[in-house]
Design a protein around this ligand. Structure first.
Ligand code: HSE
Length: 440
């Protein structure tokens, strides 16, 4: 059978990795896919660089629409990124009857409903394994491997940049700004790292996982997104003393009232595997009612790890290319007419436990005041740590840090209690609140 023909839009880091791995492993890939897979056309604004990447025999153009218009192309890989031109091109490729493979988490988390509906109507596939956790086949696991399960929750370290920064902050006791500069110097963090450090990239990814796990539409706009920019080195240190590490987690949980969908720094018990995922690595924990807890670990970014996911999608599309569209795996794991109407819960309804740090006056009765107020709010305390005033504020200090771990409580209840605590004259600085996930 003649090879399936692929057009590539954007040949940057991931595109060139995809080209190289496809060439290097072409024989094995062909034996798996049942026919050859060839990138025969590439569109990139930098034609000279693109030509140098792919060599002779591949048509290189600077107009992505020329790839979409080429009737010989069966699959379009979109590696441009962003929500703008990428959205137009993906929709145009679908309208032209092409299957689409993309690594674009931002596009699918925001415009997924429109894109999947268009693909469904046209009978083509939109595959996006590379959009979540790079080389880790988490989409495949959620959509197919765990299909027997009622998935209960997912928690993941799904942004390598922030995990690298947090690992360095913990290892070296440095503050966020210093480590960010170092990460940029080493090329771990982008020149504009906003999407990573503010939690947006992780929120795109957990939005996609949540949709597949629970059969709900992609709803990035309802995700709670909090990054690591305000995290202080001292909280990482206190958390460690209490047996926890702080990670930026993407969390989604099924609750009776709805779905939790959130990204924020979280304390994780140091003994959990997830707490020991260091540097730029990614890991996702999925809990299903039948299988229990499963863990997926690997490189969440980089040229060939991400290419590994892109090519897995190319093989899937090649195998199913001629299958009746109704017999393919649905884009979001559930058939479009069988989606759940479970709503995303507001943060005030999320139930979790908390780390609180209060800078207080070191006076008689302060601890009793604080714990009494929490008791009145029905918030149960799990652990308390108080440092000696001298250790916190230097010789003769009259202030100290009071660290409290709570048991599970509704976030709305905690917010009310925090407002009352903050108003106490003995509480001397803004209270630090970090959520905690036991992941048991
Ligand atoms: N910027 C992402 C990260 C990789 O740092 O993990 C691409 O999603």
């Amino acid at each position: 059978m003649k090879p399936i023909q692929v057009g590539l839009l954007g040949i940057g880091t991931v595109g060139s990795g995809t080209f190289k791995v496809l060439q290097r492993n072409q024989e094995e890939i062909k034996r798996r896919a049942g026919r050859g897979i060839e990138i025969t056309m590439v569109a990139d604004l930098d034609v000279a660089r693109a030509k140098a990447e792919v060599g002779e025999g591949v048509q290189v153009v600077n107009d992505a629409r020329a790839v979409i218009a080429n009737p010989a192309i069966d699959i379009v890989i979109e590696l441009i990124g962003g929500y703008g031109i990428a959205r137009e091109l993906v929709l145009e490729a679908i309208a032209a009857g092409k299957h689409v493979v993309t690594a674009n988490k931002a596009l699918l988390a925001v415009h997924g409903t429109e894109i999947f509906a268009a693909a469904h109507a046209k009978g083509v596939m939109v595959a996006f394994e590379a959009a979540v956790a790079g080389g880790i086949p988490i989409i495949k696991a959620l959509r197919e491997g765990l299909t027997a399960n009622s998935i209960q929750w997912i928690a993941g370290i799904i942004n390598g940049t922030t995990n690298f920064i947090l690992s360095e902050m913990r290892d070296k006791g440095l503050d966020f700004a210093t480590v960010l500069k170092e990460a940029q110097r080493l090329g771990y963090a982008e020149a504009d790292p906003t999407f990573d450090i503010e939690g947006v990239d992780a929120a795109h990814k957990v939005t996609l996982m949540s949709a597949i796990a629970f059969g709900i539409p992609v709803q990035f706009d309802k995700a709670h997104v909090e990054g690591i920019t305000k995290l202080a080195a001292q909280d990482i240190k206190y958390a460690e003393q209490l047996g926890y590490r702080i990670k930026l987690l993407g969390v989604t949980k099924r609750k009776a009232q709805g779905i939790e969908l959130r990204v924020h720094p979280s304390l994780v018990p140091s003994k959990r595997l997830l707490a020991n995922v260091e540097g730029a690595m990614n890991a996702v924990v999925v809990n299903g009612d039948a299988v229990g807890t499963t863990l997926y670990y690997g490189k969440g970014a980089g040229s060939e790890p991400t290419a590994s996911a892109v090519i897995a999608d190319l093989v899937d599309v090649t195998r199913l290319h001629t299958a009746d569209a109704a017999h393919r795996v649905p884009h979001l794991a559930f058939h479009p007419d069988s989606m759940s109407d479970l709503q995303i819960l507001p943060m005030s309804e999320v139930v979790t436990s908390y780390y609180l740090r209060l800078r207080v006056a070191d006076e008689a009765g302060v601890l009793a005041q604080v714990t009494g107020l929490l008791a009145n709010a029905g918030i149960s305390i799990d652990a308390v740590l108080q440092r000696e005033a001298d250790e916190v504020g230097g010789e003769g200090s009259t202030q100290t840090d009071l660290i409290i771990l709570t048991h599970d409580t509704r976030e709305g209840t905690l917010n009310d209690a925090l407002a009352q605590l903050q108003a106490l004259p003995t509480v001397l600085a803004p209270i630090v609140r970090i959520r905690k996930e036991e992941l048991s």
